[in-house]
Design a protein around this ligand. Structure first.
Ligand SMILES: *Cc1c(COP(=O)(O)O)cnc(C)c1O
Length: 422
């Protein structure tokens, strides 16, 4: 096999089939060079919300490139960033008053962590501990790996990662254990932030927990004057039903991270929103209290315009209805797997459906993962199981017939696995 010049993400090049070359994207599909349409059942890694190349978002980009490329965002501003910031503040959970731009989910989380530490440091009462949920994922930079789950992904880098506090995942039935653990850690003091993926842990295996736990976590944190950072990089923009997952729990985080669906999945952009107190702790005639953070492409005007286009889609089209339809299509299709002994933990939250294949081997490297992926690929379905966790997270424009095709293939794959043929 010739070695690829391009080093692809999360790819073992020694084992992988040649990359499929996509010549066009369209709605819920990727079209390859042979003209075959692949159903994008995971929204191209969770970024595409409405569908690929939504006309309003494409038009917003075309308009923006008539006047702008990148503009330095210190000393200067532009309409695209301003319109987007006011739109975000209007739509986000109440209490978030300031917007810091970056360019990916990881950088949004890094900025949030720095804001939290700066918040206490600048007030002369530094705090250093961060508390996270077991199985969390917040990105692949050194900082976000530190706050994420440790495992095969980061063994080589462990010596560089900083330590954080971890509470057990709030498994249904054992929620109180997690809350008690959080209470204990917060009571010990020095916790700058509780960082959570609200309601569903994505890369950690689509693990769902209740909105009651989320609001209890917020209450516990608040009691010890600890900031809550909601990493809504995956859950934002309707994935779990409401616009943000925090909305379902009535939780007002102190800091919120959004990326992926922010531009509808068209361009790289992220925003870290914070409440007034966090901004104010950095607001000073003392230059040492500056928020020392930037990315080169901070607030790229074209990306901001795409995000403004995305907000316009939410405001002018029946996006909620599409989400409701997709949610009910999932529910109907999942029903047939509920009492199926080939699966366990059949679950759904809004537009995300997931189930665990009952096979031996655990974790991301479960042997069945790559064979499932090949099976789906041969059927023109983009489905990438997380180990033995099979999930669907399609764009909202997917039809119920298209979704049925994905569920039929999952059924067929499970039969082959059960028969020892996959
Ligand atoms: C994808 C993801 C990130 C990282 O986003 P990137 O844009 O890949 O850096 C962070 N947090 C969550 C919850 C994610 O799903």
């Amino acid at each position: 096999m010739t070695k690829s010049t391009i080093w692809h993400p999360f790819t073992q090049h020694a084992l992988e089939a040649p990359m499929r070359r996509i010549v066009r994207t369209d709605g819920a599909h990727l079209v390859d060079e042979d003209g075959r349409a692949v159903l994008d059942a995971i929204s191209s890694w969770w970024v595409v919300t409405h569908g690929h190349r939504h006309p309003k978002i494409m038009r917003a980009i075309q308009t923006a490139i008539d006047t702008h490329d990148q503009v330095i965002f210190a000393e200067f501003t532009h309409e695209q960033a301003e319109t987007l910031a006011s739109g975000l503040i209007e739509l986000a959970p109440e209490g978030l008053k300031h917007v810091f731009y970056s360019d990916s989910g990881s950088t949004a989380v890094e900025a949030a962590l720095k804001m939290a530490l700066g918040f206490y440091y600048n007030q002369g009462r530094p705090r250093h501990r961060i508390c996270v949920l077991e199985h969390s994922y917040h990105g692949d930079t050194i900082g976000t790996m530190s706050v994420g789950e440790r495992g095969v992904f980061n063994l080589a880098y462990t010596p560089l990662l900083f330590e954080v506090e971890r509470i057990p995942f709030p498994q249904p039935g054992a929620e109180q254990d997690s809350l008690d653990a959080l209470e204990k850690i917060c009571r010990e003091g020095d916790v700058a932030a509780v960082l959570v993926e609200p309601l569903v842990l994505g890369a950690g295996g689509m693990r769902v927990y209740s909105s009651r736990v989320l609001s209890e976590m917020k209450r516990i944190a608040e009691n010890s004057d600890t900031l809550v950072i909601a990493d809504e990089v995956m859950t934002g923009w309707g994935r779990t039903g409401p616009l943000f997952a925090c909305d379902a729990a009535g939780v007002r985080p102190d800091i919120l991270c959004t990326s992926k669906g922010l531009t509808g999945g068209a361009l790289a952009l992220a925003a870290t929103l914070c409440k007034a107190e966090v901004f104010d702790a950095h607001y000073s005639s003392d230059r040492k209290k500056t928020f020392f953070h930037s990315s080169s492409y901070t607030a790229n005007p074209i990306a901001c315009a795409a995000a403004v286009g995305n907000i316009q889609v939410w405001q002018s089209e029946p996006v909620e209805d599409r989400i409701a339809n997709l949610t009910s299509s999932h529910r109907k299709s999942l029903a047939r797997f509920a009492n199926d002994d080939r699966f366990e933990n059949v679950r759904q939250i809004g537009t995300i459906a997931a189930m665990d294949l009952k096979v031996s081997g655990d974790g991301y490297l479960a042997a069945v993962g790559p064979s499932l992926r090949r099976f789906f690929r041969a059927r023109d379905l983009l489905i990438r199981p997380l180990g033995k966790v099979i999930y669907l997270m399609p764009p909202y424009c997917v039809t119920s017939d298209e979704l049925d095709r994905a569920y039929d293939a999952i059924d067929e794959a499970a039969a082959l696995v059960a028969a020892g043929k996959l």
